[in-house]
Design a protein around this ligand. Structure first.
Ligand code: ADE
Length: 250
């Protein structure tokens, strides 16, 4: 997977890309990330990337010329047609199913808006999707781009040493994840639920399904309303490849 990020703050990404699993994935070539500074495509002395909104109103708008030139410079390099995403609080909400679909794309271009947003004409000309990571407003699209990249990278085969942990994540089958425990068996007089020590895979699976349902009902009842959530959950808990079936950490 190839990702190109268009931003006026490329340095925000440096430690994100140079630490931990993402750095390893880049070194292994599982994905590539190119940072493109929109300011490099300005032609005035002040390297201006923004201007006042037509029609009035607060804040500034990203100008169309430098951003479109930045995109054109990448398209001129050839290669597969990129799927171009504009990160904005007024976009489609990112959730796990969409993460999975975007992770299938060969080439993604991420536009990180700042200020009030991006001139609509560039979006009309180039963008395939407006995408939001949640119903709150951040200072720009850089943190949302990192959120999207990390969520997609976890799905790339070889990114995680134990890829079955992805299947078990919250949201992967539509419910929130059940609680997790590790050693010691008793911590500050709190014991690990005995069923998890039983070695009985079917009982462990039933316990975890019950916990996942209870947590989802308490914290995110809206998820239970989704169309195929119960089908996906039953499929997950009955799959022979389910990590719940194969592991015994008595
Ligand atoms: N830019 C600012 N806030 C955002 C959000 N919530 N999602 C995506 N891009 C944004």
């Amino acid at each position: 997977m190839k990702i190109e990020i268009l931003t006026i703050f490329p340095d925000i990404f440096s430690s994100f890309l140079s630490e931990s699993l993402l750095a390893k994935a880049l070194a292994k070539g599982l994905l590539t990330v190119d940072l493109i500074n929109i300011r490099d495509f300005t032609h005035d002395r002040h390297r201006t990337v923004d201007d006042r909104p037509y029609g009035g109103g607060p804040g500034m708008v990203i100008k169309p010329e430098p951003l479109s030139e930045a995109i054109d410079s990448r398209l001129a390099l050839g290669g597969p047609k990129p799927f171009i995403i504009n990160l904005t609080p007024s976009g489609r909400l990112l959730e796990q199913v969409l993460v999975g679909q975007l992770a299938q794309k060969e080439r993604l271009m991420l536009i990180c808006g700042r200020y009030e947003g991006v001139d609509q004409r560039v979006l009309d000309l180039y963008s395939d999707m407006d995408l939001s990571i949640g119903d709150y407003v951040l200072n720009g699209g850089e943190v949302p781009a990192m959120v999207l990249i990390e969520a997609m990278a976890r799905l790339i085969p070889g990114f995680l040493s134990d890829s079955s942990s992805v299947q078990d994540d919250s949201h992967s089958y539509g419910l929130l994840e059940h609680p997790l425990y590790t050693r010691p068996r008793v911590f500050r007089s709190l014991s690990v639920p005995p069923v998890l020590l039983s070695g009985h895979h079917a009982q462990v699976a039933a316990y975890r399904l019950g916990e996942a349902m209870a947590k989802t009902r308490a914290v995110r009842p809206d998820l239970l309303e989704k169309k195929d959530v119960m089908e996906r959950t039953i499929m997950f808990f009955s799959q022979s490849s389910s990590p719940l079936k194969g592991k015994d950490n008595k």
